[in-house]
Design a protein around this ligand. Structure first.
Ligand code: CDP
Length: 214
């Protein structure tokens, strides 16, 4: 029997990561932030002095990623985010990261009874048969405000207008790429979190998932 999977997709700073982490804790499922895989590839290319749009460099970085080591502090920064959305548009990179993600969903670590994966293409490509699919979104201005506050709270320098521009650039790259573009799966439930607190989002998500996990 396949283990239940909750697929959480959506644009940057929509609140999908916070929700996915809470859902995993609520159900006792394993959690995978798939954005970190793309961030790790983007960062590896940057650190080697390469350009994240360089197909060969990005592909070999993706093939060399050890997904068990994803706690590098620099992964959370904006340079990694921007590089991530560039390498993420490369077919060979997505193919190299696919097996690990599918394997995580099929056999969640530590004997967990299910998995929560968050990203851009979990409901459409990685786990098309997931019984519960959520697409978390929010107004781009609200998302930029959230990311801006998050950066400031981490003590990082941040300018709202730049954060907004970065998010718009990333949204455009993520939604217009040919391979696995960001979009809700046909059977996903779309949740707009613009006016909701994290607790309200969790409560709504739990209502939407209720009964779907078997
Ligand atoms: O946390 P945030 O939403 O800002 O971004 P993230 O989830 O860490 O993802 C960083 C970038 O990786 C995204 O802008 C996408 O381009 C890419 N990504 C992807 O293409 N597919 C995924 N499953 C996850 C991330």
């Amino acid at each position: 029997m396949a283990k239940p999977v909750i697929a959480v997709d959506g644009p940057a700073a929509s609140g999908k990561g916070s929700l996915a982490r809470r859902l995993a804790a609520h159900f006792g499922y394993a959690y995978l932030d798939t954005g970190k895989l793309y961030r790790a590839v983007g960062l590896a290319v940057l650190r080697a002095g390469g350009d994240p749009t360089d197909i060969e460099k990005a592909e070999s970085a993706a093939k060399a990623i050890d997904p068990t080591h994803l706690d590098d502090h620099d992964l959370t920064g904006d340079a990694a985010a921007s590089a991530a959305s560039k390498v993420a548009a490369i077919h060979e990179v997505r193919a190299a990261l696919r097996d690990f993600q599918m394997g995580f969903a099929a056999a969640p670590p530590d004997g967990a009874h299910g998995a929560v994966l968050d990203g851009r293409d979990i409901g459409t490509v990685i786990c098309p048969d997931a019984p519960a699919k959520l697409f978390i979104t929010a107004d781009v201005g609200v998302r930029a405000e959230r990311r801006h506050k998050e950066l400031l709270s981490r003590g990082e320098a941040s300018i709202y207008a730049r954060v907004l521009q970065d998010l718009e650039d990333r949204d455009r790259r993520d939604t217009t790429r040919a391979d696995a573009p960001l979009k809700p799966a046909d059977d996903a439930v779309v949740l707009d979190t613009s006016a909701l607190t994290i607790e309200e989002v969790l409560a709504q998500a739990l209502r939407l998932i209720d009964g779907k996990l078997g």
